[in-house]
Design a protein around this ligand. Structure first.
Ligand SMILES: Nc1ncnc2c1ncn2[C@@H]1O[C@H](COP(=O)(O)OP(=O)(O)O)[C@@H](O)[C@H]1O
Ligand SMILES: [Mg+2]
Length: 485
């Protein structure tokens, strides 16, 4: 190739490369600049040619941000040193005011006799790279700040157990400082006693997940999560562990557990107390009922008998009529007294069971109010005395409400053995009510039903809505289940 042809090729190459190229003479005046140079500096070749680069801007700074004196740029450096200089960082303000960061290489040009006759500069725009580097630095600083303020620690290990990264405030819980362990190994005997290190050793053997670590020396609880660290090809190259100081949380959990236990104890004593009260009350009622039965009813029976005898002795019709009246009144009083005694303690509750006692009670209700009843007795389980008593009292309470509030025409009472226990249901077709509406302070019936059910380890639900009747459902567990529970 001829020299002139080579020149043509070279100049077209220089025009197309993605780097700014310019040639300056001995006095650093621009002799030639390629298209990319125009683009980077935002200055046309015509405006550059014959000028110092420092003359075409009002701000050419070095990497420390200091103004570069006129004619003392990278080309001057290369020329005075007589050899190339590389990666000189400068910043240049374009005529439009924007600033571009440059990386400049400069090499001296030599003429005949090896004298330096100028320099060639190649320039890259590194604004984006510097911005990205600055952003990376900032985010690293943020991460470090976060790590050193949050109660966590981040540790990275390679496959041999060597600590490659370690940062965070919770490190003190490991009993170590970052600088002491980076580059060290978790298998180092001097770390043998540190609980956190032991967890990391286990994780390195593949035992990943979450573990709680308690540091006895510092009385601190840590939660350590580990995860395998993989390279781009998916090969395990180590592990990463995040430790969180959970001391406050574990303490709060322990306190909550303790209060829960105290509550349970308190609740058990409350149930025992109610149980004792109810038993004592039932005993008392049984005794009063028995006394009244023996005493008052016998007296009434005796009066009635004597009256009959006296009546037989008189023939006076008006006296007989008056005595019949008295006789009827005594019988009414005896019936009322029997009802009272029944309510105090139905004798068949102990002898025949809860269904028989309820049947008697429902008969009375029908006779007094005209409310029809149906009683379904599907009990299979044998009930204990306290269960019978409580079931009867709950049903009684519900039936008193039917009598007092429901204006019902019928009531269905069901007793059945279900879900390892006994289910009682009392359902009326009356006017219903809204159970969510505030309770009157003197309304204790529904509350008492609930208390009784809970005391027996069971539950009580009330379903009602205005115009739709009311259903009370009570479930008491089989006593055998309660004891084993
Ligand atoms: N079967 C029912 N039908 C209609 N309303 C009822 C029924 N049971 C309870 N209630 C309503 O619930 C309220 C609370 O009942 P309760 O706690 O037994 O107290 P009390 O019977 O002393 O009013 C009653 O005042 C009544 O308004
Ligand atoms: Mg009531």
């Amino acid at each position: 190739m001829k020299a002139s042809d080579l020149n043509v090729v070279l100049s077209s190459v220089v025009e197309t490369v993605a780097e700014g190229i310019c040639i300056v003479d001995e006095a650093s005046l621009v002799q030639y600049a390629n298209r990319e140079m125009e683009k980077i500096l935002g200055v046309s070749r015509a405006d550059m040619t014959g000028h110092l680069i420092s003359d075409i801007t009002d701000e050419l700074l070095d990497s420390d941000g200091l103004l570069i004196p006129r004619g003392q740029g990278a080309s001057r450096l290369a020329m005075t040193r007589g050899r190339p200089v590389y990666d000189v960082e400068q910043s240049f303000r374009r005529p439009d005011g924007s600033v571009v960061n440059l990386s400049v290489n400069a090499a001296p040009l030599r003429g005949a006799g090896a004298a330096v006759t100028g320099a060639v500069l190649s320039i890259r725009d590194i604004t984006d790279r510097l911005r990205a580097e600055a952003e990376l630095r900032r985010s690293q600083e943020r991460l470090t700040m976060l790590m050193s303020n949050a109660p966590i620690a981040l540790v990275a290990l390679d496959n041999s157990g060597c600590v490659t990264f370690c940062e965070g405030r919770a490190l003190k819980a490991f009993g170590v400082k970052a600088r002491d362990i980076i580059g060290g190994s978790v298998f180092d005997p001097k770390f043998a006693a540190l609980e956190g290190m032991r967890a990391l050793r286990n994780a390195l053997r593949g035992d990943h997940g979450i573990s709680r670590v308690h540091s006895t020396t510092l009385d601190i609880d840590l939660e350590l999560r580990t995860q395998a660290l993989e390279d781009e090809g998916g090969r395990v190259v180590g592990l990463i562990g995040v430790a969180v100081d959970v001391t406050d949380r574990t303490r709060a959990e322990a306190a909550a557990q303790e209060s829960l236990e105290q509550l349970l104890v308190a609740d058990r004593s409350r149930c025992q107390l109610i149980d004792r009260l109810v038993t004592a009350q039932e005993e008392e009622r049984r005794r009063i009922a028995a006394d009244m039965h023996d005493d008052s009813l016998q007296v009434m029976g005796a009066i009635s008998l004597r009256m009959a005898r006296v009546r037989a002795r008189t023939n006076d019709a008006r006296t007989r009529e008056a005595m019949d009246d008295v006789q009827a009144t005594i019988e009414l009083a005896a019936t009322r007294l029997r009802h009272l005694l029944f309510n105090l303690r139905p004798p068949m509750l102990d002898r025949e069971g809860v269904a028989a006692a309820l049947r008697e009670y429902l008969e009375q209700l029908r006779d007094d109010t005209g409310v029809h009843y149906r009683l379904h007795d599907r009990l299979v389980l044998q009930l204990s005395v306290p269960q019978r008593t409580n079931l009867f009292r709950i049903a009684q309470e519900a039936l008193v409400n039917v009598r007092k509030h429901a204006t019902a025409s019928r009531v269905d009472v069901t007793l059945e053995s279900r879900w390892n226990g006994t289910l009682l249901s009392v359902r009326d077709d009356g006017q219903g009510f809204d159970p969510d509406r505030g309770r009157r302070p003197d309304s204790l019936g529904l509350l008492a039903m609930n208390e009784r059910a809970e005391m027996m380890g069971g539950s009580c639900e009330i379903h009602s809505a205005e115009g739709e009747g009311t259903r009370v459902r009570v479930w008491l567990p089989d006593p055998a289940q309660v004891q084993t529970a």
